[in-house]
Design a protein around this ligand. Sequence first.
Ligand SMILES: [Zn+2]
Length: 305
Amino acid sequence: MTGAKTFTESVFDVVGQPYRLPMWTIDGATEGPTLVVTAGVHAAEYASIAAALDLGRSLDPQHLRGRVIVVPVMSLASFTARSIYVNPLDGKNLNRVFPGVPDGSASQQLAHWVFQNVIARADYYIDLHGGDLIEALVPFTIFFRSGNAKTDDASLDVARAFGLPYIVSSETPGATFSAASKAGIPAIIAEAGGQGIWTPEDVGQLASGVQRVLRHLKMIDGTTPAAVPTRVLEQFLWLRSDHNGFWYPRVEVGAEVRKGQDLGQVMDYEGRALQHAISPADGRVLFIVTSLAINAADPLLAVGA
Ligand SMILES: [Zn+2]
C-alpha cells in the first residue's frame, strides 16, 4: 500500500434523483483494518459533523495502518434543510431504516447504498451523533448486543476505547450501529454536543475519541489509551410526548433520577398538565428536549439505567 488521501463526492440515484455523498478515503502507507466513520445521519447534530470534518482533514495517510473512510454528512438533504430528526425527502428518521431497502423511500434507498458501499467495507464502524437542534445531552456511546459474542465484545472494547463517561446498550431497530453489528461488524454510536452549537470541547471529545480508537486498533502510533472510568448502562429508556403542547422539564440533562420521579410536564395551550414524564427507573438523564414546543410522539428525554 502507498499512503493516499482522496476526497470524492459519490453520486448515485435516490428515488430517481442524483444524490451526492461527500467522503474521504484515507489509505495508510501500510496494511491494517478498515475503520468507517460517519456523521450527519442526523444532520443538525453539528458537533459530530465538525468532528468528522476535522478527522477527514487531519488524518495523515503516511502515519496510518489500514484505511479510514470518513463520511462527514450522510444526509445532505437534511443538512441543507436544517431538519431535525427526519430526512425531508420522505419524513423518515434515517437512523431507523438501516440496512435500507433498494427500492424503498428516499431514506431507505440512501441507507441501502451507504450500507452496501461504505459500511459493509468496515472492519470497525463508528457513527458520530449528538443532541439534535432541540436536545441537550451528556456524552455517551451506544452499542448493540447482537448475540454474536465476538462482535459484541469488540463493540464494547471500541466503546471503552472511545472514552466517553457512559456506555449504553441499546436495541434501536434500524439504527446504523445495530444493522452493522447484526452483519458482524463491531460498531458504536458516539454522542456529544447538542442544541445546534458545536463547542470546541464537544467537537474535541468526539475527535479525540476516534483518535483513541485508532490507537486501540493499532492503526496509528501511540500507546493504547488509558482506560477512562465508564459506566455501562443496560437500559436506554425513552419517554415520549402523547400530546401537542408545551414541554416543561423539571430536571437538567445529566441529572441522577429515581424511579417514579416527576421529570417534567406536557401542558396544553392553556397551561394545564396533560402528561407527567415519570422516570421508569433509577438512572441518569442522558438527553433531554429543550424546546418549549412539543408534538405528540416526540421524545421528551431518555434515562440510562
Ligand atoms: Zn442522532
